[in-house]
Design a protein around this ligand. Structure first.
Ligand code: 5GP
Length: 191
Protein backbone atom coordinates (compact mmCIF):
# COMPACT_ATOMS: atom_id res chain seq x y z
CA UNK A 1 0.00 0.00 0.00
CA UNK A 2 1.82 3.02 -1.34
CA UNK A 3 0.38 5.51 1.14
CA UNK A 4 1.75 3.51 4.09
CA UNK A 5 5.10 2.83 2.40
CA UNK A 6 5.56 6.55 1.70
CA UNK A 7 4.77 7.38 5.31
CA UNK A 8 7.27 4.80 6.58
CA UNK A 9 9.94 6.27 4.28
CA UNK A 10 9.17 9.83 5.44
CA UNK A 11 8.65 9.30 9.16
CA UNK A 12 9.97 5.85 10.10
CA UNK A 13 13.23 5.60 12.03
CA UNK A 14 15.45 2.52 11.77
CA UNK A 15 16.85 1.49 15.15
CA UNK A 16 19.45 -1.05 16.17
CA UNK A 17 18.42 -4.69 16.42
CA UNK A 18 16.06 -4.67 13.44
CA UNK A 19 13.49 -2.40 15.07
CA UNK A 20 11.57 0.14 13.01
CA UNK A 21 10.12 3.06 14.97
CA UNK A 22 6.88 4.41 13.59
CA UNK A 23 5.69 6.20 16.70
CA UNK A 24 5.14 9.48 14.83
CA UNK A 25 2.05 8.09 13.08
CA UNK A 26 1.22 4.49 14.06
CA UNK A 27 1.75 3.38 17.61
CA UNK A 28 2.25 6.37 19.88
CA UNK A 29 1.09 9.48 18.09
CA UNK A 30 -1.59 8.16 15.74
CA UNK A 31 -2.72 9.39 12.33
CA UNK A 32 -6.31 8.24 12.27
CA UNK A 33 -6.83 9.42 8.69
CA UNK A 34 -4.09 7.00 7.64
CA UNK A 35 -5.70 4.26 9.80
CA UNK A 36 -8.96 4.84 7.89
CA UNK A 37 -7.22 4.25 4.54
CA UNK A 38 -5.55 1.12 5.94
CA UNK A 39 -8.90 -0.16 7.20
CA UNK A 40 -10.46 0.37 3.77
CA UNK A 41 -7.60 -1.60 2.19
CA UNK A 42 -8.12 -4.54 4.60
CA UNK A 43 -11.85 -4.36 3.87
CA UNK A 44 -11.07 -4.65 0.16
CA UNK A 45 -8.65 -7.55 0.69
CA UNK A 46 -11.08 -9.47 2.93
CA UNK A 47 -14.24 -8.57 0.99
CA UNK A 48 -16.98 -11.17 1.24
CA UNK A 49 -15.22 -13.10 4.01
CA UNK A 50 -18.01 -12.40 6.51
CA UNK A 51 -15.76 -10.94 9.21
CA UNK A 52 -17.85 -10.34 12.34
CA UNK A 53 -15.11 -9.96 14.98
CA UNK A 54 -11.69 -8.35 15.04
CA UNK A 55 -9.03 -9.58 17.43
CA UNK A 56 -5.86 -7.69 18.30
CA UNK A 57 -3.36 -7.46 21.16
CA UNK A 58 -2.64 -4.58 23.50
CA UNK A 59 -1.35 -2.03 23.26
CA UNK A 60 -0.28 -0.91 19.84
CA UNK A 61 -2.74 -2.99 17.81
CA UNK A 62 -5.77 -1.39 19.42
CA UNK A 63 -5.89 1.90 17.50
CA UNK A 64 -5.74 0.37 14.02
CA UNK A 65 -8.05 -2.48 15.05
CA UNK A 66 -10.74 -0.02 16.24
CA UNK A 67 -10.82 1.82 12.93
CA UNK A 68 -10.81 -1.49 11.06
CA UNK A 69 -13.73 -2.69 13.18
CA UNK A 70 -15.69 0.41 12.26
CA UNK A 71 -15.01 -0.28 8.57
CA UNK A 72 -16.11 -3.93 8.91
CA UNK A 73 -19.09 -2.96 11.08
CA UNK A 74 -18.17 -5.33 13.89
CA UNK A 75 -16.76 -5.34 17.41
CA UNK A 76 -13.14 -5.56 18.37
CA UNK A 77 -11.59 -7.60 21.20
CA UNK A 78 -8.05 -7.06 22.39
CA UNK A 79 -5.99 -9.76 24.06
CA UNK A 80 -4.59 -8.56 27.38
CA UNK A 81 -1.06 -9.14 28.59
CA UNK A 82 -0.91 -10.27 32.23
CA UNK A 83 1.73 -11.34 34.71
CA UNK A 84 0.12 -14.73 35.27
CA UNK A 85 -2.39 -13.77 37.95
CA UNK A 86 -6.15 -14.25 37.82
CA UNK A 87 -5.99 -16.94 35.15
CA UNK A 88 -9.19 -18.93 35.53
CA UNK A 89 -11.38 -21.20 33.40
CA UNK A 90 -13.29 -18.33 31.90
CA UNK A 91 -10.27 -17.25 29.89
CA UNK A 92 -8.43 -18.39 26.80
CA UNK A 93 -4.74 -18.12 27.57
CA UNK A 94 -1.51 -18.37 25.65
CA UNK A 95 2.08 -17.19 26.00
CA UNK A 96 3.81 -14.70 23.76
CA UNK A 97 7.46 -13.66 23.66
CA UNK A 98 7.66 -9.96 22.95
CA UNK A 99 10.05 -9.13 20.11
CA UNK A 100 10.67 -5.58 21.30
CA UNK A 101 10.80 -6.24 25.07
CA UNK A 102 12.35 -9.72 25.01
CA UNK A 103 9.94 -10.92 27.73
CA UNK A 104 7.35 -13.68 27.91
CA UNK A 105 3.77 -12.60 28.63
CA UNK A 106 0.66 -14.56 29.47
CA UNK A 107 -2.03 -13.32 27.14
CA UNK A 108 -5.73 -13.69 27.87
CA UNK A 109 -9.10 -13.25 26.19
CA UNK A 110 -12.38 -13.75 28.07
CA UNK A 111 -14.27 -16.76 26.69
CA UNK A 112 -17.50 -14.79 26.53
CA UNK A 113 -16.03 -12.54 23.82
CA UNK A 114 -14.93 -15.23 21.35
CA UNK A 115 -16.76 -18.39 20.27
CA UNK A 116 -17.80 -20.71 17.41
CA UNK A 117 -20.18 -18.11 15.92
CA UNK A 118 -17.31 -15.69 15.25
CA UNK A 119 -15.49 -15.16 11.95
CA UNK A 120 -12.30 -13.51 13.10
CA UNK A 121 -9.87 -11.15 11.43
CA UNK A 122 -6.69 -10.67 13.48
CA UNK A 123 -5.15 -7.20 13.18
CA UNK A 124 -1.73 -6.08 14.46
CA UNK A 125 0.76 -3.31 13.79
CA UNK A 126 3.89 -5.41 13.14
CA UNK A 127 4.84 -8.90 12.09
CA UNK A 128 8.41 -9.86 12.98
CA UNK A 129 9.05 -13.45 14.13
CA UNK A 130 5.36 -14.28 14.26
CA UNK A 131 5.09 -15.07 17.95
CA UNK A 132 2.25 -12.61 18.61
CA UNK A 133 0.23 -13.88 15.64
CA UNK A 134 0.82 -17.53 16.54
CA UNK A 135 -0.50 -16.83 20.03
CA UNK A 136 -3.59 -15.02 18.75
CA UNK A 137 -4.23 -17.78 16.18
CA UNK A 138 -4.06 -20.43 18.91
CA UNK A 139 -6.65 -18.49 20.93
CA UNK A 140 -8.98 -18.32 17.89
CA UNK A 141 -8.55 -22.07 17.30
CA UNK A 142 -9.22 -22.89 20.96
CA UNK A 143 -12.41 -20.82 20.89
CA UNK A 144 -13.86 -22.76 17.95
CA UNK A 145 -14.18 -19.52 15.96
CA UNK A 146 -13.32 -19.39 12.25
CA UNK A 147 -10.07 -17.63 11.41
CA UNK A 148 -10.69 -15.55 8.28
CA UNK A 149 -7.12 -14.23 8.21
CA UNK A 150 -4.62 -11.73 9.52
CA UNK A 151 -4.20 -8.08 8.57
CA UNK A 152 -0.83 -6.57 9.41
CA UNK A 153 0.27 -2.98 8.94
CA UNK A 154 4.03 -3.57 8.61
CA UNK A 155 5.59 -6.97 7.98
CA UNK A 156 9.35 -7.19 8.29
CA UNK A 157 9.94 -9.55 5.40
CA UNK A 158 13.52 -10.27 6.46
CA UNK A 159 12.25 -12.01 9.62
CA UNK A 160 10.58 -15.42 9.74
CA UNK A 161 7.01 -14.58 10.81
CA UNK A 162 5.42 -14.10 7.39
CA UNK A 163 6.79 -17.39 6.05
CA UNK A 164 5.64 -19.28 9.16
CA UNK A 165 2.10 -17.89 9.16
CA UNK A 166 1.60 -18.39 5.39
CA UNK A 167 2.94 -21.97 5.72
CA UNK A 168 0.10 -22.59 8.20
CA UNK A 169 -2.33 -21.86 5.35
CA UNK A 170 -3.50 -18.61 6.94
CA UNK A 171 -4.47 -15.72 4.63
CA UNK A 172 -2.06 -12.99 5.62
CA UNK A 173 -2.41 -9.48 4.21
CA UNK A 174 0.38 -7.07 5.13
CA UNK A 175 -0.05 -3.52 3.87
CA UNK A 176 3.70 -2.85 3.71
CA UNK A 177 6.41 -5.51 3.59
CA UNK A 178 9.88 -4.23 4.46
CA UNK A 179 12.46 -6.14 2.47
CA UNK A 180 15.50 -4.44 3.98
CA UNK A 181 16.22 -1.46 6.19
CA UNK A 182 19.26 0.44 7.36
CA UNK A 183 20.22 4.01 8.14
CA UNK A 184 20.61 4.51 4.39
CA UNK A 185 17.04 3.65 3.58
CA UNK A 186 14.17 1.19 3.51
CA UNK A 187 13.14 -1.04 0.61
CA UNK A 188 9.75 -2.70 0.22
CA UNK A 189 8.67 -5.95 -1.41
CA UNK A 190 6.82 -5.38 -4.69
CA UNK A 191 3.19 -6.52 -4.56
P1 5GP B 1 6.52 -10.90 16.56
O1 5GP B 1 5.70 -11.56 17.63
O2 5GP B 1 5.96 -11.12 15.16
O3 5GP B 1 7.99 -11.25 16.64
O4 5GP B 1 6.49 -9.35 16.85
C1 5GP B 1 5.29 -8.63 16.69
C2 5GP B 1 5.08 -7.67 17.81
O5 5GP B 1 6.29 -7.06 18.24
C3 5GP B 1 4.14 -6.57 17.37
O6 5GP B 1 2.94 -6.69 18.11
C4 5GP B 1 4.86 -5.28 17.66
O7 5GP B 1 4.24 -4.62 18.74
C5 5GP B 1 6.26 -5.67 18.05
N1 5GP B 1 7.27 -5.35 17.02
C6 5GP B 1 7.99 -6.24 16.30
N2 5GP B 1 8.88 -5.65 15.51
C7 5GP B 1 8.73 -4.34 15.70
C8 5GP B 1 9.39 -3.18 15.14
O8 5GP B 1 10.30 -3.24 14.31
N3 5GP B 1 8.95 -1.95 15.58
C9 5GP B 1 7.95 -1.84 16.49
N4 5GP B 1 7.59 -0.59 16.84
N5 5GP B 1 7.32 -2.90 17.05
C10 5GP B 1 7.70 -4.13 16.65
Amino acid sequence: MKLLEDRIREEGVVKEGGVLKVDRFLNHQMDVGLFREMAKEWKRRFAGAGVNKILTIEASGIGIACIAAEEFGCRVVFAKKTQGKNLDGELYTTQITSFTKGRVFDVIVAKKFLGPEDRVLIIDDFLANGCALEGLISIVRESGATLVGCGIAIEKGFQEGGKKIRAMGVKLESLAIVESMSEDGITFREE
